[in-house]
Design a protein around this ligand. Sequence first.
Ligand code: PMP
Length: 359
Amino acid sequence: MSRVYNFSPGPAALPLPVLEQARAELLNWQGRGLSVMECSHRGRPFAELAEQSERDLRALLSIPDDYAVLFMQGGATLQFAAIPMTLARPGQSVDYLITEHWGKKAASEAARLRPLRVVADGAALGYRSVPAPQEWDAGADAAYLHYTANETLHGLEIDPPPDADYAPLVCDMSSTLLSRPVPVERFGLIYACAQKNIGPAGVTVVIISPDLLRRVPEDTPLALNYRKIAVAGSMLNTPATFPWYVASLVFRWVAAQGGVQALAERNRRKAQLLYDYIDGSDFYANRVDCRWRSWMNVPFTLADPALEARFLEMSERQGLHGLKGHRAVGGMRASIYNAMPEAGVRALVSFMKEFERAA
Ligand code: PMP
């Protein structure tokens, strides 16, 4: 069976060589006569995989030595709660920049735990762009400032990080981590669920500065206790061993592509190809201001929404999978993470041209 071009927002496409290696090793990992899924996380072989994967991720993102790198569970959603619970004292306010869906989700979870200050909300700009830091209602007393690097549903991306250093920056990079270089030293904490650019769902990467690590209260529940998880090498309890293993293969694949710098160049070209075509057509539209357009998720609408069902049916038939926009947004969305080759984006553009011509 031939494989489709998978434009799903996540769980998303994985690099083919990674899947092939996982398949080849599935029954007999490293000649041990068992699968990596059947290996104890306490044994030396898995510990070596874990240590190597951390070294690889540190090298890919130039993570400062004194930052901790954690492989947690619970997805980005657990981080929405763990962050306010452990990095802000009871009663201490936390600052959130709202850029749409995921920013709102993170903020609403924080609001249940700590006094929330929304420093700015892009609603007034129709979420087409991001309010400038000079216009923010920032609190000097805030425990941290949280923002969402890439709004996966709406295709709005913030890069470079905002020019605001009054509080440690905390960032949800679920749909951008590994897609381009990141100045990690500017952040207090970065988190990302795996199922876009890192690996299968089930493992969540957290990168945390020593300053923030020191804030974690001693009595924090174990599964949220960044400091204890760091000391235990992310083995405080049984980690998601198989997703972690696949992530370790993805890290090596990223390195083999030339690292995040090379992938950023490729990702910029892929996004440009699609946006250029959309902007040049009266039939398709993307509403995000050019300055803030995402390299990873490209939402677009058709001039006539009544054609959407046919667009999806025909694209699927041509091996272009997962183009339906999120139910909260409607329209279409092409997620073009690291594993989407340029040929996939070209195939999508050809299909869109043909569909427009025939419509
Ligand atoms: N943040 C962003 C930016 C996301 O795209 C997602 C998932 N699509 C989440 C958070 C939630 O992640 P999870 O389902 O792993 O909790």
